[in-house]
Design a binder for this molecule. Structure first.
Ligand SMILES: [Zn+2]
Length: 289
């Protein structure tokens, strides 16, 4: 019945767990400006797709339709998120099966569209565990857990240049004192044709980044809240690096969230754009010609 809905997006259950306190500013809507875009292009994409709420309402009244299923594990049971929070629209955000939250499912769908079959020859390094990425996709998958025995210092990563085809860094950079150093290091260890996947709490909720210069305990240890002026950091710090903004919708709660993809070569750039179509737009850096 209901659990059969998500067809090709179904994946075996994951053991990944959400980071403690990974949900910043847990007040409803903290990460979600709704369909307010990651960039002008992404915003247009979001608006085009926000036929969602009406459609979802219609779906809710149609008992022939299956309930939304988790695109990661296929589960249809959901509960409150960290600290009991609900999604901004009042729905339950955490999958009882794989423990995913909205962003994990949104970014899983992005990776599904990129085509996990592409990753079978790839090596990957992931900072901080979450259910978005399935380690089984990769030839080699390495996980760095803050405070763990194999933890890497993201500001000075003890790995050679170009060591990984994919480097994944979701909801970590806001925990790092020197985010400029971290961004440089993340890009340094991506292979020449590889990809950096970068996400942090929705920077489009505020215009200006607030960086208070130390990790605030009441802000989950965050050093800063990124604003939409994060584009200036990209332009100033990595001017020759294309930064693609992706924006997607969680099929369970209907929430929107964005991530960034930083392809290291024109070929990888083209591949990402071809796979993700209108869901991505160039946020910073040179366009493909
Ligand atoms: Zn799930």
């Amino acid at each position: 019945m209901v659990g059969e809905a998500r067809d090709d997006r179904l994946r075996p259950g994951q053991n990944g767990r959400d980071r403690q306190g990974d949900r910043p500013d847990t007040g409803a809507g903290a990460l979600h400006g709704g369909p307010h875009g990651a960039s002008p292009g992404a915003c247009r994409t979001a608006q085009a797709l926000t036929a969602g709420p009406e459609k979802r309402a219609a779906d809710a009244g149609d008992t022939r339709r299956p309930l939304p299923a988790c695109p990661i594990c296929g589960g249809t049971a959901f509960g409150p998120g960290p600290k009991g929070r609900m999604a901004p629209n009042g729905s339950l955000p955490r999958c009882a099966g794989c423990q995913s939250l909205e962003r994990h499912r949104i970014f899983r769908i992005m990776f599904d569209r990129l085509g996990p079959e592409s990753f079978s020859s790839w090596s990957a390094l992931q900072f901080s565990p979450d259910p978005t990425i399935d380690p089984a996709w990769f030839r080699h998958h390495e996980l760095s857990v803050f405070g763990g025995p194999e933890s890497l210092d993201i500001q000075s990563i003890d790995r050679p240049d170009g060591a990984y085809d994919l480097v994944a860094c979701s909801h970590v950079l806001e925990h790092v004192g020197d985010d400029r150093a971290a961004l440089g290091e993340l890009l340094r260890i991506v292979a020449p044709h590889g990809l950096l996947y970068l996400a942090f709490p929705d920077p489009f909720r505020e215009a200006v980044t607030r960086d208070w210069g130390f990790p605030k305990p009441e802000k989950h240890g965050h050093w800063r809240v990124y604003g939409s002026d994060v584009v200036e950091r990209f332009k100033n710090w990595i001017p020759s690096q294309p930064v693609l903004a992706y924006r997607g919708q969680d099929p369970v709660t209907g929430e929107w969230e964005g991530a960034f993809l930083l392809p290291r070569s024109p070929e990888r750039h083209r591949w990402a754009v071809n796979r993700l179509g209108g869901a991505v737009s160039l946020f910073s850096g040179p366009a493909l010609t």
